[in-house]
Design a protein around this ligand. Structure first.
Ligand SMILES: [Zn+2]
Length: 451
């Protein structure tokens, strides 16, 4: 069988991989958007480099927009087959697409650029989704079966075990961090002839769980002491819910004083009920806690649904905490708060997620003293702190452990690395060669690897 990478090839966004078997089955794994750089919208609007009508099926690993974002366009452009997802991913995808379509609609008006699809094109795509359980072997054609396994990356995330042409191929999607609140652990990697593995953090290791909670608590205590504002730009799906889960524990356990904490992210707010709907996918601690406590509600938490609620935060005296999207400071309600609070040394900007090249978040974390936001130049005088332990992605140590297969499953002969910037890819590749002895590929966009 052949795998061709049409996105997330030597970069972290746009996941879109075509699998072609010797017997003629064609399956697309993920159909994500390109994000972060100035021509991303152009790439997202371009025709697919394959005929959507020629695909037998699509498999989407999880509801992050860089893995699902172009799917409504694929349907609009002629894909008429079935699309397989886990049950939570099915519901989360619709929320993510509606949000993306609205952002593109606004952009189209403001910058006169055509959207990749419209809000009206979301529901026809949603109708094609088939929700599946983890661990169930699904037949796509006589020669192609696959099984979803827990990836532990975001709610509903899966990696995919594919059986075709007498071979086994594992596609990682995104592999989660260890001990993530609410989520179950990543399932062991099954036996495979080849593995396609993400490499987001292929060149570094994260802090431990205890350290990351301690650092979050410290940031809150510091703004309380300084009477400052703590800004936490967070991805609406997963990171925000994990932070809320931890804040819930701190607030209800009396570890932090009662100060206003604003959840100022319409998309993150819409995601909360999907968690409530699938408690069977919680890890043991969250499942136990959920019997007695709604961990998305605690003293001091304010939900800012409307734009007017968001503006009203300005008039609240610090100390206060604002959690708002987007996670890479590339749009969303966080932008207005950045303009408001970046220039005050009493404030803290707490960065808890990956910041892709080309984003404002990357500029600020790289140490920019002055940034341009919504037609304004803003001085960065606040303290900028990073906690990598909240990343939804496993670090190098985790990826290698998963690739080696801790369940004793044979080591793969071929490893294809995707979803990473070049330094991370090369670093992880070196480790894969030395520690696993596999043949490693880092394909460019449009390049094919034979399994
Ligand atoms: Zn992801």
């Amino acid at each position: 069988m052949k795998i061709t990478l049409f996105g997330a090839a030597r970069e972290v966004t746009g996941s879109c991989h075509l699998i072609e078997t010797d017997s003629g089955t064609r399956v697309l794994v993920d159909c994500g958007m390109f994000q972060g750089y100035s021509v991303a919208h152009q790439l997202n609007g371009e025709p697919f480099p394959f005929d959507p009508r020629s695909l037998d099926a699509v498999i989407l690993t999880h509801a992050h927009i860089d893995h699902i974002g172009r799917y409504p366009k694929l349907v609009r452009d002629g894909f008429g087959g079935r699309c397989f997802v886990t049950h939570p991913t099915r519901l989360l995808s619709r929320l993510m697409w509606r949000d993306a379509a609205q952002v593109m609609k606004d952009d189209a008006r403001r910058h006169r650029r055509p959207p990749a699809y419209t809000p009206q094109e979301v529901d026809p795509a949603f109708q094609t989704l088939h929700g599946m359980e983890y661990g169930v072997r699904v037949k796509v054609s006589d020669g192609f079966h696959f099984t979803f396994r827990e990836a532990g990356h975001i709610f509903g995330s899966a990696f995919v075990e594919i059986e075709a042409d007498g071979k086994r191929l594992v596609m990682s999607g995104d592999i989660g961090n260890d001990d993530v609140p609410i989520l179950r652990d990543t399932a062991p990697r099954p036996t495979a002839d080849a593995v396609v593995c993400e490499s987001t953090y292929g060149d570094r290791n994260h802090e431990s769980v205890r350290e990351r909670s301690g650092l979050l608590k410290q940031a809150i205590m510091d703004v309380v002491g300084r009477k400052g504002t703590l800004m936490i730009p967070a991805f609406s799906l997963e990171r925000t819910q994990e932070v809320l889960y931890e804040l819930n524990g701190m607030a209800e356990g009396g570890e932090i004083p009662r100060i206003p904490i604003y959840l100022d992210s319409p998309l993150a707010i819409k995601v909360l009920p999907v968690y409530h709907q699938f408690p069977e996918y919680y890890d043991r601690d969250a499942a136990e806690l959920s019997k007695t406590d709604d961990f998305f509600r605690f003293p001091g938490l304010h939900i800012s649904r409307e734009a007017s609620d968001s503006r009203a935060i300005d008039s609240i005296k610090p100390p206060k905490v604002i959690i708002a999207g987007s996670g890479m400071m590339h749009g969303g309600r966080i932008m207005r708060h950045l303009v408001q609070y970046l220039d005050d040394p009493e404030n803290i900007l707490l960065v808890i997620g990956y910041q892709a090249e080309g984003t404002l978040g990357r500029q600020v974390t790289d140490g920019a003293n002055r940034v341009h936001i919504e037609h304004e130049d803003v001085d960065v005088r606040c303290e900028v702190r990073k906690i990598s332990g909240y990343s939804a992605h496993g670090d190098r140590e985790k990826l290698l452990r998963w690739l080696k297969g801790n369940g004793g499953s044979g080591r793969p002969a071929k490893i294809v690395l995707n979803h990473g910037e070049l330094g991370a890819l090369e670093n992880l590749a070196d480790h894969c060669r030395k520690e696993i002895g596999a043949e490693v590929f880092i394909p460019g966009k449009g390049e094919t690897v034979e399994v």
